[in-house]
Design a protein around this ligand. Structure first.
Ligand SMILES: Cc1cc2nc3c(=O)[nH]c(=O)nc-3n(C[C@H](O)[C@H](O)[C@H](O)COP(=O)(O)OP(=O)(O)OC[C@H]3O[C@@H](n4cnc5c(N)ncnc54)[C@H](O)[C@@H]3O)c2cc1C
Length: 301
């Protein structure tokens, strides 16, 4: 492991041994990993190869805003991309690193008078995480503006993948099956009056502040929206607003959010999620699936 750490440092990585991952997720939940490394995208292929040759596995983390990590921690080495390059804008296209924060990219598009990313203003993830998840809100999704991404695949190859190869769907991309980490992305945007873009972004942000329990740690909407239903309404209809196990609870403000009231554990969150699933199915016949990605264990354990 010390050899890997030395190599990583020589490649410009920041390294933390035995990090507590709770510090790096918006849920503030998660045990330790053996190693956390912040990696410049240019060094990622070499590091990936070295770690694989050691027989170790890797978990690529973005900004940790859609993750529920096991209290027992995980055995994988956690890698996060470092933002290396500035956002590049030319006429109607915007290209940025996978590590770039989505909110910063929305602001850069606005400042350049380019429309299309307004929906994402307020989503607290990275661009790479947004592409992987096909993040969306207020009628927009990443797939609407995505042109191509430079991806580092698990076999060590780096290739450009275009929209038609991404199999985008509701909170789905081909990367979920194929693996691969987004090093860089290009979006196609539309010129528009800056004032109008700003107005739309501010409107979306104020709707978030009004409706979402942003005062608590969470991973955003906990469950996927079942076709034909609103998750929050279904949960509320089953009398589960405020339902709580330990410090994990269904938000009183927005039943689609499962919040950490202070010191919730992964087990608490799973207990709430599994019970909500059970009761919603029993009362309404609708099966709910988490949108949040559980790392290091399974929902059934
Ligand atoms: C308050 C709040 C509000 C939210 N609102 C929304 C919303 O409106 N709409 C929405 O869709 N989501 C929302 N989310 C969820 C979350 O912000 C998004 O899913 C976001 O896209 C996750 O990005 P991330 O960088 O945090 O990824 P992480 O949570 O770190 O990782 C999520 C998945 O993406 C993968 N990943 C991360 N980076 C990369 C990369 N560079 N290349 C390939 N895969 C990668 C990880 O391996 C993991 O499987 C919200 C979350 C919070 C806390």
């Amino acid at each position: 492991m010390q050899q890997l750490i030395s190599l990583a440092k020589s490649l410009g990585c920041d390294v933390e041994e035995n990090p507590v991952l709770a510090k790096y997720t918006t849920f503030h939940i998660g045990g330790q990993a053996p190693l956390l490394m912040d990696v410049p995208a240019s060094a990622a292929p070499k590091l990936l190869k070295t770690i694989q040759e050691m027989g170790q596995s890797i978990f690529w983390m973005g900004k940790g805003s859609n993750l529920l990590i096991s209290d027992k921690g995980i055995s994988q080495i956690v890698l996060r991309l470092k933002q290396e390059n500035p956002i590049r804008i030319s006429e109607k296209s915007l290209t940025c690193d996978g590590a770039a924060p989505l909110i910063g990219v929305c602001k850069a598009a606005r400042d350049a008078g380019l429309s299309g990313l307004e929906f994402a203003y307020g989503i607290p993830g990275s661009v790479g995480g947004g592409v992987f998840m096909n993040a969306g809100a207020y009628g927009g999704e990443i797939q609407d503006v995505f042109v191509a991404a430079k991806v580092l695949f698990p076999d060590g190859s780096v290739d450009t993948i275009f929209a038609e190869e991404m199999d985008f769907g509701y909170r789905h991309s081909a990367l979920m099956e194929q693996g691969g980490v987004v090093l860089e992305t290009t979006f196609l945007l539309t010129p528009k009056d800056k004032e109008e873009i700003t107005k739309t972004m501010e409107d979306f942000l104020s709707r978030r502040k009004e409706k979402q329990p942003l005062e608590y740690a969470s991973a955003g909407s906990f469950f996927r929206r079942p076709t034909g239903y609103y998750t929050g309404a279904l949960i509320e209809q089953c009398g589960l607003k405020g339902f709580r196990v330990g410090d994990a609870a269904i938000s009183e403000k927005h039943a689609g959010f499962l919040v950490n009231l202070g010191s919730a554990t992964c087990q608490d969150v799973k207990a709430v999620a599994n019970e909500v699933k059970r009761r919603v199915l029993e009362k309404t016949g609708v099966t709910m699936q988490p949108e949040v990605r559980l790392i290091g264990e399974t929902w059934e354990e």
